[in-house]
Design a protein around this ligand. Structure first.
Ligand SMILES: Cc1cc2nc3c(=O)[nH]c(=O)nc-3n(C[C@H](O)[C@H](O)[C@H](O)COP(=O)(O)OP(=O)(O)OC[C@H]3O[C@@H](n4cnc5c(N)ncnc54)[C@H](O)[C@@H]3O)c2cc1C
Ligand code: SF4
Length: 600
């Protein structure tokens, strides 16, 4: 089994997985390692990071010195191909154009999806994050707790490789001893941030990111991950040997040819293919899940993007892992006489309660960091430290005026300059040229620090997606229409972020007279722009108030499972992808059990 075409797919698979990102990759990995025959359907093209990553190209080798363009919003060398804020021929719409009501939707159309680019912040949700309603009466509790997911966090961290430390902080879980990889040293700006943060009561600890700070232990990890499964252990050991440790030299957003960071294409798909149990059908746009007269899913109808023709493949089980909103779209487009409002939608909640992460940032020039001797601060292509939410007690006591927390990510250092890098201090509006510009660049390079707040949004009735009744994509498939609204919980949280950043940056000695906008409703980034969208097929404890049960299994159609962030009943400040993978592994285990028992 390997890469297939519409004419070479098998007659029937055990499982079809739609999507190949964090969710689809993890589901396919777990299923195939345990012997299930899986077809992965991916709308984008095949992509191999080993041969396609421009790891060593310098900005002068790219148009506009690698700067951002509409086709490549994150710069010329960014790993994302065939996607971005707009995808040619695949529009989406917004119900309102009012400020603050629009949702931006980032999609990656390639094998591995957004994991080829993602920033690799890999944080566990904590115990509070699964039971938020029980703490403050808002949003929803999940039907599962941290203890249900913890063993899967352990497994995912061991498989993908995550650096970080155990600090024992509130609602910031430790991993078992030996699971995390050692973190890289903090950079100078990060050390200064930590020292000055301490002075104003803000903790700074090593970041958790999915980058191999040392090679994985291929001798012991496979047995821990696949006990009693000799074949899986052998396949994984062989694969882990082929993942090198990071050599701290390049921009991770381009992808990693040496497989030192987590991408579905560097971690999940190679061993899944090596089992011989995975077929991958790239360039295939899933249109709908088909059902038989008894209401059981029978497979997927898809459009072959090369020919524009429609085809059908069959399976015992369908796993939707197309990313939270695409999964909604597939379900709502799967209409039949038995399911006139779309599949798995007896609750009417498919598409409801979509969430993003709350975002705002601020930074400035720090004179103390000027004129540092030249040194290499490239590091692990992203931050080495972060600040977990630290005001749980004050918040619970009602002292903050908003309900949920945020963490802070750092940007500092002397990474490879881009065409648009900031070198010069504020020169009173004057443009610098010649020797003065060079002097300024040398003095100031590496003396900027930025804080990025990433906060929890509470699900609300005004944030949902639905099928646009008028617009279809280039294959005639109806597209999504978004509805969006932040609540005061989020805008007040952003106002708090901005006050914190202003205090912190001045504690670091920033002399700039610029101040962040402290009006949260203006400073908050638009919905969707943090690219952490989740919800839309939320899990719950009964069929009336949720789309899936605690195993991410549709209440209505027992052989449909959702593996992506659609099932999130809340969106903690922690970046979602580690939790997506932990839940996808748990769901895949459940599918294997249910298939063995003959229940599906
Ligand atoms: C710039 C950036 C930075 C990020 N940083 C972080 C971070 O630091 N930490 C973090 O936790 N998260 C981060 N994320 C988010 C992270 O990438 C996503 O949470 C994660 O990739 C979601 O996995 P997924 O499998 O659900 O979706 P995706 O990775 O988007 O994969 C979905 C796949 O399904 C395919 N697909 C969609 N529709 C269909 C269809 N109809 N038929 C067939 N295939 C289909 C897509 O082409 C895609 O390949 C970041 C994202 C971006 C873009
Ligand atoms: S910094 Fe390390 S993990 Fe990131 S792309 Fe370079 S080698 Fe790979």
């Amino acid at each position: 089994m390997a890469f297939v075409t519409p004419s070479t797919t098998a007659d029937k698979y055990d499982v079809i997985v739609v999507g190949s990102g964090a969710a689809g990759g993890q589901a396919a990995y777990t299923l195939t390692m345990d012997g299930a025959k899986v077809l992965m359907i991916e709308a984008g093209r095949n992509y191999d990071p080993r041969s396609e990553t421009p790891m060593f190209n310098t900005p002068d080798q790219a148009p506009l010195r690698g700067g951002s363009t509409p086709e490549k919003p994150f710069g010329y060398f960014d790993a994302t191909v065939g996607g971005g804020w707009t995808v040619p021929g695949e529009p989406y719409t917004n119900a309102s154009k009012e400020p603050g009501r629009e949702f931006k939707w980032w999609r990656a159309r390639m094998l591995g999806g957004r994991t080829n680019h993602w920033a690799r912040h890999a944080l566990r949700n904590g115990p509070y994050d699964f039971k938020p309603r029980s703490r403050d009466g808002l949003g929803f509790d999940w039907p599962i707790s941290y203890d249900d997911v913890a063993p899967y966090y352990d497994r995912v961290e061991m498989l993908i490789g995550v650096y970080g430390t155990n600090e024992g902080l509130e609602n910031t879980p430790n991993s078992p001893e030996g699971v995390l990889l050692p973190p890289p040293k903090a950079r100078i700006g990060e050390l200064l941030g930590r020292q000055r943060g301490r002075g104003i009561g803000i903790p700074v600890i090593p970041a958790h990111r999915a980058v191999l700070s040392k090679a994985l232990d291929y001798k012991t990890l496979p047995a821990k991950l696949h006990p009693g499964n000799a074949k899986a252990q052998r396949v994984l050991a062989e694969d882990m040997r082929n993942r090198a440790a990071c050599f701290w030299a390049t921009a991770c957003g381009r992808g990693c040819a040496i497989r030192a960071n987590y991408q579905s294409t560097t971690v999940h798909i190679p061993p899944a293919l090596a089992t011989g149990n995975l077929d991958i059908l790239a360039g295939a746009m899933a249109r709908e899940v088909t059902v038989d007269p008894s209401g059981k899913a029978t497979g997927i109808t898809y459009v072959d993007k090369k020919t524009g023709k429609e085809h059908h493949v069959s399976a015992r089980v369908v796993v939707l892992a197309a990313s939270a909103c695409e999964t909604v779209r597939i379900l709502l487009n799967s209409k039949s006489a038995a399911f006139p409002d779309g599949l798995a939608n007896s609750s009417g909640l498919v598409g409801k309660y979509i969430m993003d992460t709350v975002g705002a940032s601020w930074g400035g020039h720090i004179p103390l960091l000027e004129d540092l001797p030249p040194h290499n601060e490239d590091g692990a292509g992203g931050d080495h430290v972060y600040t977990p939410w630290w005001l749980y007690k004050e918040q619970l006591a009602g002292k903050l005026g908003f309900a949920r927390g945020y963490h802070v990510e750092f940007t500092t250092g002397k990474q490879m300059p881009q065409g648009y890098s900031t070198f010069a201090e504020d020169n009173g509006g004057k443009t610098l040229y010649g020797p003065r510009l060079k002097e300024d660049a040398r003095r100031n390079y590496g003396s900027y620090v930025a804080f990025t707040g990433r906060g929890e949004m509470i699900p609300n009735k005004d944030s949902f997606c639905e099928i646009d009744p008028k617009v279809v994509d280039k294959w005639g498939i109806p597209v999504l229409r978004f509805n969006w609204k932040w609540s005061e919980h989020e805008t007040r949280q952003v106002a708090h972020m901005q006050r914190t950043f202003a205090d912190w940056i001045s504690a670091m000695g920033c002399t700039s007279t610029n101040a962040p906008n402290k009006d949260g409703s203006r400073a908050i980034e638009p919905g969707g722009s943090i690219i952490h969208e989740v919800g839309g097929t939320i899990m719950g404890s009964d069929a009336k108030s949720s789309v899936t049960n605690s195993w991410s299994q549709s209440w209505d159609v027992k052989n449909i499972f959702v593996a992506d962030g659609g099932v999130f009943a809340s969106n903690a400040d922690k970046n979602p992808t580690l939790t997506i993978m932990a839940l996808a592994w748990r769901t895949a285990d459940r599918i294997l059990d249910e298939m063995r028992r003959g229940n599906i």
